[in-house]
Design a protein around this ligand. Sequence first.
Ligand SMILES: Cc1cc2nc3c(=O)[nH]c(=O)nc-3n(C[C@H](O)[C@H](O)[C@H](O)COP(=O)(O)OP(=O)(O)OC[C@H]3O[C@@H](n4cnc5c(N)ncnc54)[C@H](O)[C@@H]3O)c2cc1C
Length: 827
Amino acid sequence: MIWLMLLTLLSISLVCAFYGKKLMVWTVAMAVGIFIFAVSGSVSILSLVLVTAVFVSITIPLNFHPWRQQMISAPFLKQFRRMLPNMSETEQVALDAGTVGWEGELFAGKPNWQLLKKQPYLELTVEEQAFVDGPVEELCDMLNQWEITHRDADLNPETWEFIKHNRFLGMIIPKEYGGLGFSAMAHRAVLQKISSVSSVAGSHVAVPNSLGPGELLLHYGTEDQKNKYLPKLARGEEIPCFCLTGPTAGSDATSIPDYGIVCKGKYEGKEVLGMRLNFDKRYITLAPTATLVGVAFRLYDPDGLIGDKEDIGISLVLIPRKTKGLEIGKRHLPLNVPFQNGPVRGKDVFLPLDALIGGTAMAGQGWRMLIECLSVGRAISLPSCSTGGVKMSALATGAYARIRKQFSLPIGRFEGIEAALARIGANTYATSALSRMTATAVDLGEKPAVPSAIAKYHTTEMARDVISDAMDVHGGKGIILGPRNYLGRAWQGMPVWITVEGANILTRSLMIFGQGAIRCHPYVIKEIEAAKIENVTERINRFDQLLFSHIGFTIRNAVRSLVLGLSFGKFAAVPHDRKTAKYYQKLSRYSAALAFVSDIAMFTLGGKLKQKEHISARLGDVLSHLYICSSMLKRYESQGRPAADQAILAWAFHHAIYRIQIALQQVVDNFPNRPMRRVMNFVVFPFGRRERAPGDRLTHKVAQLLITPSDTRDRLTDGIYKSAKTGHPVGMMEVALPQVIHAEPLERKLLKALKNGEIKGFTWEEQLQDAIAGSIVTAEEADILIQVRKLVMEIIAVDEFDLEEIQAGRQTPAAKKDTQLENQHAA
Ligand SMILES: Cc1cc2nc3c(=O)[nH]c(=O)nc-3n(C[C@H](O)[C@H](O)[C@H](O)COP(=O)(O)OP(=O)(O)OC[C@H]3O[C@@H](n4cnc5c(N)ncnc54)[C@H](O)[C@@H]3O)c2cc1C
């Protein structure tokens, strides 16, 4: 009976922990349990006394606050204050910027799925949709990626004019200032469609609508600045660029050596109080063509002209192009994706103080302004451009894999190609769902700091994987550049997306979990704040309360992780649907595991966790994949759970869960504290590591969906440019695909006859004539075959050039003249 009693008390504890009940509830439940055994008389007095003594000695100090403060909280607080990470002002700003949304639920270990279900699935307004179907479609008709990247190294003047005239550069500027005032969803839809045709055009439209003068002015500009610049920016009369990066300050952007000194000087003929700036910036997008240059620099006031602070801090200024001392350098060439990009330098540039964005009041607030805006920009620009790129790759690769035949079969029927196609399909589904979710967060008024880092990193990484797979499937067709190549430039330009707006290794290693752990955690920020309270009594009271809630939280997550691991997620409260319940259960399980492991990592490593990038990167992977899976489920549910999409969702989901397992496994296996390694292994993987990568049958199903026209394929690639009107090669393939499929039975007849020796011709044309003569195909069927063969030959063709044509894009006028002379000599 004593064992039964202990088992009952353990069960009570587990149930209370699993549901996160308060300490007092647990105490009362345990007391009731002991009392029932006592009155039943089934347990010996000695056992009862022993159990009661242990119970009382634990619960009294825990529930009697002065004792527990003295015995537990005070010593812990002392240790905690020593362990506190040294947070620089810039790190503090990064942590303070932004809001916490769905990622907070995932990080806290017990996601409330109803909140995700309640989130709206936003659509475009009629006006926004009309813009996407009208001017955006028209712009796409005008874009020829080969001419842009090879011949002109720029958009042509008509295209620039069209972009400005239709206010593409003012999508985020409200209508009252002459902009389009679009929602984040519309902004996403526009960038997605343009980027599916040309990444250069995509960048040119994305940058002015992202972090830069427009957005900074909107949020922090003075009324005068807004009225002066926003209408011109919206109409494209001012082209903006924003300069943060310099030769010595890349990822570590706060270390910029660029400076301004507050002083008096002459401006437009008058003596005014202003600042003299010196700076050296590089990699600046749109700089070569910009008319309004935003610059980040550190402002100093050594003579105390505007206050008593000498080092005022990072500040932001707007400099008109014609300003004396401002030098816009020549152009950089970013990996043969020649969007406008180059260096900007300033030597003793004098400006009045009202050139500061937000005026003197915002001097020194530059880093906060940048970080606050970064989260919004990163949630939209690169995720939307990546979505356009991956959707185009999925559409084109699926079609090409069906059209291109080798060994008498469409290459998409080979298992090796199927593996690549399945990865493409799943990554496309995930990229699109993720970018939609972060854009939705922006439209719902959030500043999604952590999701935007997740979206920036994962959409660009998935895009890199998709483009690599697409290139492999296309073979030589992807490699030979020219007007017929729709992949090569995207593949070349991929490292640009990986590097800009926070390089990916840094984003994964430091930002996702680094920000997530502190921002999303329900107690850590509060504990840090409590530890800094001046008044000792207030400090210990507050810290004690938080510490015990935190301990309860950790125990709850440990128990949830273990119980959900043992029960394969069965006890998690999830939406009831036969097809998707098991997905939510898995996410609930790994959410609890993430919360538990994160707490252990923070507890055992303290401030050192910041340097343990292996650990924080992997925990960031877990949080990211939980978020991506949530976005995919949201998409699937909101689209009415289409049965035909189930295979793609399943592939993408199992792939993500498998990666969660790998990430957690690597954290556990490499955790520096050996005893904790054992505990974590037991709690997170009670039955071992049982997740499996998507199986071959599922891979086959997804690949088939990509190579056959269907609603699923349309949904997967919706919102991109698919028109064949201007001879766009991807649009042409879409036209050809149904015809190719229609002709497949006829081709099989021809092939069979050839194998059986019923037709004998050497060439394809002779074989077809034999087939007509032998009544193997009718004359009409032969016409179909001829027509389709013509289309196929056109699709698989690649470009060829004279030497001069290839050199044209590369040579300076002087070198070109030399080559012409050499050619004349040779002639
Ligand atoms: C085409 C292009 C356009 C750009 N446009 C603009 C623009 O318009 N305005 C602007 O201001 N800037 C712009 N940039 C700059 C861009 O934001 C920087 O390139 C980026 O911040 C990285 O800096 P870096 O290239 O100097 O690399 P580095 O900072 O030298 O980084 C090199 C590598 O080290 C990694 N790394 C650095 N620190 C850490 C760490 N603590 N942990 C782990 N890994 C780390 C990085 O992830 C990266 O992989 C542009 C860059 C390019 C290439």
